[in-house]
Design a protein around this ligand. Structure first.
Ligand SMILES: [Zn+2]
Length: 401
């Protein structure tokens, strides 16, 4: 059975942490000098483990396994959010290197801009599956400083390089190790999460129409307060959803805008951005049905009318059953009773790669659940265990265990 060199894996992670170091985390925004330095560092490590590295026209660093297949694909992203953690993304890339070092027939990839520094986000994983057009590259700008993507690619020395696309026929499946970025594992005293799928986000807009009027002259009995109707509807959703949702469903009201938004004017209009997430289409549909029913009830009860607009409905990316089973076995072998299956509430590169081949993710605990912040951390023990389970699980999936 292939052995994971966990000491070397931890050394690589801590070496990578020095590039763009910020407090105990890193600052490596996409295509910044420090991000490009980390991509160069990665290509060196790829050569060391016998892979043939290239960097493509969108910044994907791809290390090709020169030997015979069947092959696996593994990786994650290497850039970070601004002034953020050292493990988000880096873990999956360095874990993939450990798979190659253990002798597994794996191509390793660091997908560019998973973190969405540029409009569109997931540039690398979308590009590599053929879902990023030249027109979108022409249009996209940096969300922080407005720099056009083309200009950033030019400055990073990537302009004119061809973009790599993967041939799904080359691979048996894709592995991505990642930190959990939540507290499920830590709270349950567990060390490994075998990911069942990546949740889909369904987004809606609730538009409530009332009557804008004077806050003193209009009696409580006669007013049509769009703000109050919106609040009562949101409270009703919050009371009803626990009865119809899944075990790990989430729902969020991200923005409430009252118009005109003045202290002495009754709001004539409320605009609410509302979303929910789950890994099951059945649960997602049930939640939408529930939402529609609550809007109807509100419209019967209230003096202000609410219209539900659908903004976006994505499809959950489900993990492959055989790959999950291989990780289950590996987790039980190395951490008996200390693992569980769980969905991912956050988006990851795997959700795009899963469109082209079987895919699975492996989670390790995040201390305090903190991520997208420089204090993000995981114990070396949990990191090393995750690496062991990843390598062992991949080997079992290939039938070599
Ligand atoms: Zn990430």
């Amino acid at each position: 059975m292939p052995q994971a060199d966990t000491a070397r894996f931890l050394q690589d992670l801590h070496d990578l942490r020095k590039i763009g170091a910020f407090k105990t985390g890193v600052h490596r925004p996409t295509y910044s000098p420090q991000d490009m330095e980390s991509r160069e560092w990665l290509m060196e490590r790829m050569r060391e483990v016998g892979l043939e590295p290239t960097i493509d026209g969108i910044g994907n660093v791809f290390g090709k396994h020169p030997g015979p297949g069947p092959h696996l694909l593994a990786g994650s992203h290497i850039e970070s959010q601004n002034e953020a953690g050292w493990l988000d993304g880096a873990l999956g890339v360095v874990g993939a290197l450990a798979m190659a070092r253990a002798g597994l027939p794996v191509d390793v990839c660091a997908f560019a801009d998973e973190e969405g520094h540029f409009e569109g986000g997931f540039l690398g994983s979308r590009s590599i599956i053929g879902e990023l057009s030249e027109e979108e590259i022409d249009r996209s700008r940096n969300r922080t400083d407005g720099t056009p993507l083309r200009q950033a690619l030019q400055a990073a020395g990537l302009a004119g390089k061809p973009r790599i696309q993967i041939d799904p026929a080359r691979y048996k499946g894709f592995f991505e190790m990642h930190i959990e970025q939540g507290t499920q594992l830590e709270n349950a005293g567990l060390q490994i999460g075998v990911v069942t799928g990546i949740v889909a986000i369904w987004q809606f807009r609730l538009e409530v129409i009332g009557q804008q009027d004077h806050a003193g002259g209009t009696t409580m009995a006669e007013r049509k307060d769009a703000g109050l109707t919106a609040m009562r509807l949101l409270a009703a959703i919050d009371a009803e959803f626990p009865r119809i949702c899944g075990e790990r469903s989430t729902w969020t009201t991200g923005r409430i805008t009252l118009e005109p938004g003045a202290p002495s004017i009754i709001p004539g209009r409320a605009d609410v951005l509302f979303q929910f997430r789950d890994v099951s289409m059945e649960v997602l549909r049930r939640m939408e049905d529930g939402l529609r029913r609550l809007v109807q009830e509100s419209n019967r009860r209230e003096r202000c009318q609410t219209t539900l607009h659908v903004v976006a409905r994505a499809t959950p990316a489900l993990c492959d059953a055989a790959m999950m089973a291989a990780l289950d076995e590996a987790a039980e072998a190395h951490a008996p009773g200390k693992w569980q299956r769980m969905p991912s509430g956050a988006g990851h590169d795997a959700q795009y790669i899963a469109k082209q081949m079987p895919a699975v993710m492996l989670f390790v605990p995040s201390i305090g659940g903190i991520s997208h912040h420089w204090s993000e951390n995981t114990s070396d023990e949990d990191l090393a265990l995750g690496c062991q389970v990843l390598v062992d699980g991949a080997a079992r999936f290939l039938g070599k265990a």
